[in-house]
Design a protein around this ligand. Structure first.
Ligand SMILES: Nc1ncnc2c1ncn2[C@@H]1O[C@H](COP(=O)(O)OP(=O)(O)OP(=O)(O)O)[C@@H](O)[C@H]1O
Length: 601
């Protein structure tokens, strides 16, 4: 059982790796020639680093020991030692810059790709998604992918090349001595592995606590009004301080593991290696003095030992980073694997505007829908909405009004039945044309932290005159021009500078600016006062006949004047007719709803 689980984990791990590296490869593809050059130059840098001690050996063997003080040759050799060391670090620095550039460009491409993909995901995806996590995919996770390029790829690549070069040079000088060094190398891996095991709990906990700190901060800012109104500042500050203090403790524990175990153990190993090499020379030298040629070898070996240990530490230390980056990359790859909304993938469909305009603007035929299998929300709905008509949709909470609107907006595909616009099934209409033809005023107006102009334009690049005309039609022009910079006034985050009613009027102006043929309103008057509601009613009346209007309303006064009111009950059409007709149905649902609201008012 346990081994099954481990095998499954390993398979998962492999799949994660494949996904992560597939993503990296795709993102780095346009820059692949840089990777090739980086490997070549890093190889050259490692070569130069290996040459340094060899030149030093020659200096000792040919000049210092035999006392052959040829100053020119000695200066050349010394200069060579300095120059090779300097050139190696310079080359390495240049490659780090090259790889950082590659990493940053790849992350930039990846971010654009992820964001673009998110914009095309079907609405059903956002029902499951948690905003904070999604934002983290686009920012933190793509950033972690960068770590994979720079820290991991660069360090592992560089260290491996240096390691191979050094071991080769050692083997060339004295293969038996090289075997001693190689035999002690697993101890470096053991020490780093032990360190990671010991510090891992602190590292993981510190990471969790950091995300808790972010979450607490975001939550407090988001709910500042509630927080202050409940005088909860002190308690929140205390909670934050506790998390912060624990974060500090865990970080210290991590640093302690480094200070008490990692460095001393590695330094000790360095000393042991040196001692082993010197001891080996002692053994070989026997009773007499060291062979003159061996002093140079000893010098070169002592130099190489540091060059073996450091890359080994670096490679081992990168593995935990590699692990995190692979998980982050796999998460990003998982998001990119989410299927986009079908309408974005389709070849451009027909434009409903060109279809016969004499039939109903919207025709709903035997429409069934369920968010979750077997839990139907709409049952066999059929309805014709003529061109230019004003239809109201009412019903109790949960009766399916917003769901119907979501289907009209193509946020979800219908399970059974169909919806036609000007006789063309929704799925066959080109999505851009469809969005241009259908305007929406949502329940939550959703304002950007931008100017009034930008909020109405919403990135469509509409002419100023059209924006102002739409604002006039929505009765928003007067209050906008009264702001200090008129249409250029910044409205604050979520439109915080405006009242709820004003926000709603901006949302109406936004919908009207697109000059839609069909206007959908989702409880656009639920948060505004009666006076603003009257303004909205006036705006809707002015559009009558020109634009087909479908308005969901909790407040029945908003749709009192509608040509036809559709009453939904548990996803079925219970009654339809004008206000007067519906009020005459004794004991009818609409009559009851209306009378209840009258009583409440
Ligand atoms: N995204 C969703 N995922 C699953 N179920 C949903 C989803 N949205 C709505 N529902 C369910 O569908 C049913 C109809 O909801 P809908 O929002 O259409 O009702 P409504 O008439 O607009 O209600 P209200 O007047 O309160 O807004 C409800 O039972 C609701 O729980």
């Amino acid at each position: 059982m346990h081994s099954d689980a481990t095998a499954a984990e390993k398979r998962d791990q492999k799949a994660l790796m494949r996904r992560a590296f597939g993503l990296l490869r795709r993102a780095a593809l346009p820059d692949r020639h840089h990777l090739g050059w980086a490997v070549l130059w890093l190889g050259c840098a490692a070569g130069l680093e290996v040459i340094g001690p060899l030149l030093g050996k020659r200096l000792i063997d040919e000049h210092l020991l035999p006392r052959a003080l040829d100053w020119t040759a000695m200066s050349l050799l010394l200069g060579g030692v300095v120059l090779t060391g300097w050139a190696a670090s310079w080359l390495r620095y240049l490659q780090l810059t090259r790889l950082s550039g590659l990493a940053m460009r790849s992350v930039q491409r990846l971010r654009e790709q992820v964001y673009g993909h998110v914009l095309r995901l079907p609405m059903a995806f956002f029902d499951r998604a948690i905003t904070g996590q999604l934002v983290s995919r686009v920012t933190n996770d793509t950033e972690a992918v960068k770590g994979l390029y720079i820290q991991v790829l660069f360090v592992i690549l560089d260290s491996t090349i240096v390691l191979i070069g050094t071991i080769a040079a050692m083997a060339w000088l004295d293969w038996r001595l090289m075997l001693i060094v190689v035999a002690l190398m697993p101890f470096v891996l053991l020490i780093v592995w032990l360190y990671q095991r010991l510090s891992a709990p602190a590292v993981t906990r510190a990471r969790q606590l950091r995300s808790d700190i972010n979450a607490q901060m975001a939550e407090s800012i988001g709910g500042m009004t509630v927080l202050q109104a409940n005088n909860a500042g002190q308690r929140f500050a205390e909670r934050f301080a506790a998390t912060n203090a624990e974060h500090y403790t865990q970080r210290v524990a991590e640093i302690r593991a480094n200070a008490w175990l990692l460095r001393p153990a590695l330094d000790m190993l360095n000393v042991v290696l040196l001692a082993a090499v010197i001891w080996f020379f002692g053994q070989r030298g026997g009773s007499g003095a060291l062979d003159a040629a061996e002093v140079g070898v000893l010098y070169a070996f002592i130099n190489y030992i540091a060059r073996v240990i450091e890359p080994l530490i670096q490679i081992t230390m990168q593995f935990s980073q590699l692990q995190q980056s692979v998980v982050a990359s796999a998460r990003v790859a998982g998001l990119l694997d989410e299927a986009g909304a079908p309408e974005h993938g389709k070849p451009r469909g027909k434009a409903a505007a060109n279809a016969a305009a004499d039939g109903p603007a919207i025709a709903i035929r035997h429409l069934d829908f369920a968010y979750i299998d077997d839990q139907r929300v709409l049952h066999d709905l059929s309805l014709d909405i003529p061109q230019g008509a004003f239809f109201g949709i009412v019903g109790h909470t949960g009766s399916g009004k917003s769901t119907l609107l979501s289907l009209l907006l193509r946020y979800y595909p219908a399970r059974h039945g169909s919806i036609l616009m000007n006789g063309v099934p929704l799925d066959d209409i080109d999505i851009e044309q469809f969005r241009a033809d259908v305007g929406l005023v949502p329940q939550d107006p959703f304002l950007l932290a931008a100017s009034a102009y930008e909020n109405i334009d919403m990135g469509r690049g509409l002419p100023r005159a059209r924006i102002e005309a739409a604002a006039r039609a929505a009765h928003a022009h007067d209050f906008i021009t009264a702001l200090e910079d008129g249409y250029d006034t910044l409205l604050g985050e979520g439109g915080s500078r405006l009242s709820s009613g004003q926000k709603q009027l901006i949302a109406i102006a936004r919908a009207l600016a697109g000059e839609p043929r069909i206007l959908l309103l989702d409880e656009a008057t639920s948060r505004i006062d009666s006076q603003t509601e009257q303004i909205v009613q006036e705006a809707l009346n002015e559009l009558r006949g020109r634009v087909t209007i479908v308005a969901i309303a909790h407040r029945l006064s908003t749709i009192r004047e509608a040509d036809r009111i559709v009453v939904l009950n548990h996803g079925r059409i219970e009654e339809t007719g004008s206000h007067d007709t519906l009020m005459q149905i004794e004991g009818g649902l609409y009559q009851r709803l209306y009378l209840l609201q009258q009583l409440a008012a």
